[in-house]
Design a protein around this ligand. Sequence first.
Ligand code: 8YV
Length: 317
Amino acid sequence: MKAKILQLNPILVPSVNERLATLYDVHRLFEIDDKQAWLDANVDSIEAVITGGHTGVSRAMLEKMPALKVVAINGVGTDAVDLGYCRARGLPVTATLGALTEDVADLAIGLLIAACRNLCAGDRFVRDGNWPANPQPSALPLARRFSGMRVGIVGMGRVGRAVAQRAIAFGCTISYTDLQRMGDVPHRFLPGLIDLAREVDALVLCAAADKAESIVNAAVLDALGPRGFLVNVARGRLVDEVALSRVVAAGGIAGAALDVFVDEPNVPLELRESGRTTLQAHRASATWETRTAMAEMVLDSLSQAFSGERPAMSLTT
Ligand code: 8YV
């Protein structure tokens, strides 16, 4: 009999979905109309949960799953899963560590270049047919150079290091903050986020979110200042979004390039309406290459757990 799997997030790779359906009895909760009725009838026989980093799975739901053998996160963010509970229960929680690094770092640099060079405004200007009526070079404001910027990285993990590597190739200088100095990192460490924000042209958020709610607040944004750019490819809740909306509307920073938001898919109107924002819909890992690699890692975790092995990517066992 096939193991019953509860899937809380879509996997966008058809071949992997086909293999999941062949191997397991997969139930895609996001396609079930009466979710609560289905859960009431089936929750106690679920043997694995597949979820996304941003979605996670609640402890309350896990506590109703006595047959659970593994939680496989199709992502790297673990802030939406109670790892302490899972560790105490001896329940493997796996993530696709390392699979997203390059794409997320690529998007961070891409967002920063798009923001400081006003790429989206320029695209709209041409696409909307405004150039013929406004052929003068002054129709669009001068932008800011990315190469050589002073880049501050918040969170010097895999993604933060990959962002630093890319920015250095553009002649940027790198400073960073994290919970502690990293001995194997050559860049300048500043323990205080406000001090870092004060000394850089761009602040790039790459930190895990579990212990960093709203660390980018009004004081940090004030320190970043009217010539500073904020980039977020980590989690929306790292930022006080009310403060950011206010600062962006007032021109208190030069720009905000955001792939993640506090209450996705809802984005504050001030951020959506501002010409100082460059926005993406949580797409940092959304490439064929990365999502295929991630989904393969999810398949491996399920297979290992159902074989009675400790899944290689387990963070809790
Ligand atoms: C993933 C994410 O793409 O990795 C994470 O933690 O939030 C996203 O970038 C998502 O988990 C895919 O389902």
